[in-house]
Write a protein that binds this ligand. Structure first.
Ligand code: BG6
Ligand code: MG
Length: 216
């Protein structure tokens, strides 16, 4: 799987640590305040999707009209709540297998990039103690959201690489579609049903690490 690979681009939420829950819990409580109930299935629709786009998807569920200022306040409220839910995050919150996987890839001279849609990404990887492992951290601020390929293309272009030399790792359908739109090999953390476009699936990072270790 790693033959000819020079760059691996990692999603963060749901790939390196379990923050999908916290994002969704914060959205649910914000939605409740404006009279919207988010069913558990809605979580899948928000995975990998930027803060603003997530809010827009939630507001589609109500007839109420919100001004730009109100929309900004709702996003800020959600973000504050999300940050409070992850405030005690440290190395122990990393998924099993993350550290050895990063080490294995590094030992092969492969570049590592963080390709998260989250503006909290840099703070979170620092709290998780893995910020030093990444060669490149994508700033999602002025890039189009997943499933557009921008977040994956940026590190590739930065290093002047061909898409064939890059792998993306994602747990969200929007993310996998972004990787495929960038013409890269997509590793899906999940199953065929949730991530139909991924080239290969693993239930979690540990399983990916164990497979790579045994085939090197
Ligand atoms: C993605 C998450 O990684 O980041 C989404 O899967 C989240 O749920 C998005 O909305 C943006 O995150 P943030 O931290 O910038 O609000
Ligand atoms: Mg994710």
């Amino acid at each position: 799987m790693l033959e000819g690979i020079k760059l691996v681009i990692f999603d963060l939420d749901g790939v390196l640590t379990e923050t999908s829950n916290q994002h969704f819990t914060a959205w649910q409580s914000m939605a409740k305040k404006i009279g919207v109930t988010l069913a558990p299935e809605f979580e899948e629709k928000l995975k990998g999707v930027s803060r603003t786009e997530s809010l827009n998807r939630i507001l589609e569920l109500t007839d109420r009209v919100f001004s730009d200022d109100e929309k900004q306040r709702l996003q800020d409220q959600k973000n504050k709540h999300y940050q409070s839910l992850i405030q005690d995050f440290d190395e122990s919150h990393l998924f099993e297998g993350v550290k050895p996987l990063l080490k294995l890839l590094k030992s092969k001279g492969i570049l590592l990039a963080l390709g998260s849609a989250s503006k909290n990404g840099p703070t979170l990887i620092k709290a998780l103690g893995i910020d030093q492992a990444f060669d490149y951290i994508v700033n999602p601020q002025n890039l189009r959201s997943k499933p557009h390929p921008d977040i994956f293309l940026e590190p590739m272009l930065h290093y002047g690489l061909d898409a064939k030399a890059c792998i993306g790792i994602e747990d969200a359908d929007a993310g996998v579609r972004a990787i495929k739109a960038a013409n890269m090999f997509a590793i899906g953390i999940g199953n065929q049903e949730n991530l139909p476009d991924a080239d290969i699936h693993f239930p979690n990072i540990l399983a990916l690490y164990e497979t790579l270790k045994s085939t090197q």
